[in-house]
Design a protein. Sequence first.
Length: 216
Amino acid sequence: MATLLLIDSSLFPEGGSASRSVTSAFRKAWEEQHPDGTVIHRDLATDPLPHLDGVAASAAFSDPATHTPEQQAAFARRVELAEELEQADAVVIAAPMYNFTIPSTLKAWLDQVIIMGRTAGETPSAKGTPAIVVASRGGSYAPGTPRESFEYVQNYLEAVLNGGMGLDVDFIVPELTMAPSNPAMAELVPLYETSRDKAHHEAATKAKALAERLAA
């Protein structure tokens, strides 16, 4: 049975979140292909992880036999996150753009789950696992747009997920999501709607393709 690891990080519930609506569409299509499969869902908005501190960081570089009770508890959390990643056949990560970058809650997950010598390093334990990133944003930061140079979400996540953790990364990018609620962007609503529909289509298509790939 296939396992999907789904990471949501939007501050808003599905009805008001572009990224959640796309990850939900992906999950629906995935479960249609894997009705007996498993979905591990981490909602970093409703159940945020603590930011990495010195106790948790030092525990990864010391002998477990020497760990203090605080280090044991902190490192157990990191191991749990690593195991969720390692058992996943596919990963879907919602990464809405907040202030030109990812939510701090998603950064906390990354800092906790990245363990040198295990999930990162020369032979990452989840290397090759397909990872779909839903990189939603209120405006557009695509090549050729005025704010192209402000694109710090895809660039960063490509580097850390692929370059650092060896995941097989692909992006779905719903953009201009502020157009329906911002009068100054009213003329962009048709482009937003096209982007929204494309994102939902890509989510369903990629979920089905991954299912077929895993079944082969």
